[in-house]
Design a protein around this ligand. Structure first.
Ligand code: ADP
Ligand code: MG
Length: 489
């Protein structure tokens, strides 16, 4: 039997605000346990929540970038449950009236190879709501410890429609979503630090059927590869059950990355009744339309729109745009350099290849790879290097050398070229003398060239470039060699 796969994702994103969702306690990753807390976080009697407007704005900004509608009014509900990660015995969330409604994310399906652009399509969102993170429990063989540092940290929960159809699409969605969140600047999405967590709902239905099948929900997916593996495991598990004539139980399952399998956590019958009700301590939030319009007007260009613009108007190849466009900081760096010198391909190449290679090389020395924000070079360095190449001051070969020196020293390329005398040589007398030597020393290459093998000329250029340390003007060299060989004939 053939089945259609149906997947819906729920993604929790930690919003990068200075303080927590309903109190002034700060949040920082890696602080000593229970040091970033206050009476509100601990739910002590007599405390009252105070809304963090920065969290609401961050979520609205993200919602607008994800093409959601921003609600006129959103409100806060209590999700009641009894578990030690929540000292209040309820979580503040938005159940009935979330901040962001609908929305969509453009995704790129995998191309036939890494260097080939895949097809794009839109994935529908259901909503984005705000809620507070619970505390963190750590279970060992002997006891369970509780850290409330994370309790009360603002989360945006993005809920998709059941609009994804394979593990590849789910991964493409998450990647596109992470790029958009980076563009919105509202979270770093570091999955290792728990800044982005994903639950995956999976069901199968007979191919072509309009009715959705029974779904299961996978929790605890803390990396993209776990999302992929958990979905694939679940598709295989459900296929086997349905093929055997059995039915799927609606349940929550826990993925174990160690075993590469999932197991049932609780079935629908055992599901909690959260007894949602509006929080009596918090006012509903009326979203100021003028402010929403301001946020809308200030939105950045979306990553795939930028990529299309780079490809169409700057004529950059996909291999370069696919490196630059996911990272808004790289794009800003690129655009600043471009403003100083309009040579898109050369500049994009230096950023996407040479610069990123140097930045990630720092990872080899045991440190983590540097990001563009820690880069010792400015856009002006790259722009000036491109200009030196284009104006024929240095050859492309020498430019690679200048790049390494400027990355290490931070000096401007023109200064390095001047100081080290790396200017391209247009001294045709010197080049001609070296060409004559090369011709005399390689009769075979000369003969091959005369027989029509244009590449044979490279064998003659090599020694000249070597003798001039890469500084001979390639165009002058080419011209002189050709005319010398021709006059010989
Ligand atoms: P609940 O109210 O139980 O949380 P929702 O309707 O909010 O359920 O859906 C939660 C997630 O599950 C959403 O991402 C949604 O797209 C997805 N989903 C719902 N039904 C299915 C289904 N039959 N198959 C796969 N995913 C589904
Ligand atoms: Mg739901």
């Amino acid at each position: 039997m053939e089945y259609d796969v149906v997947i819906g994702l729920e993604i929790h994103v930690q919003l990068k605000t200075r303080t927590k969702m309903f109190t002034a306690a700060p949040y920082a990753y890696g602080a000593d346990p229970n040091t970033l807390i206050d009476p509100v976080v601990l739910g002590l009697p007599g405390t009252l929540p105070v809304l963090n407007h920065a969290a609401v704005e961050a979520c609205a900004k993200l919602g607008l970038l994800l093409a959601c509608e921003i609600a006129e009014v959103c409100k806060w509900d209590r999700k009641n449950y009894f578990y030690p990660d929540s000292p209040k015995n309820y979580q503040l969330t938005q159940n009935e009236q979330p901040l962001c409604l609908g929305g969509q994310v453009e995704i790129e399906l995998p191309g036939t190879s890494r260097n080939i652009q895949g097809e794009h399509r839109l994935v529908k969102l259901n909503r984005i709501h705000l809620e507070e993170d619970p505390g963190k429990l750590t279970h060992t063989a002997f006891d369970t410890t509780i850290d409330f540092n994370r309790a009360g940290v603002p989360l945006a929960e993005i809920v998709t429609e059941p609009d994804l159809h394979s593990s590849e699409e789910a991964v493409a969605f998450l990647n596109a979503l992470i790029h958009l969140i980076h563009y919105a600047g509202v979270s770093d999405c570091d999955m290792e630090k728990g800044q982005l967590r994903c639950d995956a709902n999976v069901s199968l239905k007979p191919a072509g059927s309009k009715t959705l099948g029974t779904r299961t929900e996978m929790k605890n997916l803390n990396s993209i590869s776990n999302v992929r593996a958990a979905i694939e495991y679940e598709i295989a598990r459900q296929t086997e059950l349905l093929d055997a004539g059995e039915s799927i139980t609606q349940e929550t399952r826990r993925w174990s990355a160690e075993n590469g399998t999932s197991s049932s956590l609780r079935s629908k019958e055992e599901a909690h009744d959260y007894r949602y009700f509006p929080d009596p301590d918090l006012m509903p939030v009326r979203m100021d339309r003028a402010r929403v319009a301001e946020l809308q007007a200030a939105l950045p260009e979306r990553p795939y729109d930028k990529q299309r613009r780079y490809q169409e108007t700057l004529d950059l190849p996909f291999t370069l745009t696919s490196v630059l466009c996911p990272d808004p900081k790289l794009c800003t760096f690129f655009e600043e350099a471009l403003e100083l010198h309009p040579a898109p391909k050369v500049i994009a190449n230096y950023i996407a290849n040479d610069l990123l290679r140097e930045l990630s090389a720092s990872a080899a020395h045991g440190e983590s790879a540097l990001s563009i924000s820690d880069c010792p070079l400015t856009p002006a360095h790259i722009a000036e290097l491109a200009k030196l190449i284009e104006n024929g001051v240095i050859t492309k070969q020498i430019a690679k050398e200048v790049f390494t020196t400027m990355y290490q020293s931070g000096n401007m390329p023109a200064v390095i070229v001047e100081k080290e005398g790396l200017q391209q040589s247009d001294n045709s007398d010197e080049i001609e003398a070296l060409c004559r030597e090369a011709i005399a020393g390689n009769a075979k290459a000369v003969a091959q060239f005369k027989e029509g093998n244009a590449k044979a000329l490279n064998a003659l250029k090599g020694p000249v470039m070597k003798a001039t340390k890469g500084q001979a003007n390639p165009a002058t060299l080419d011209q002189i060699l050709r005319s010398l060989i021709q006059s010989e004939a």
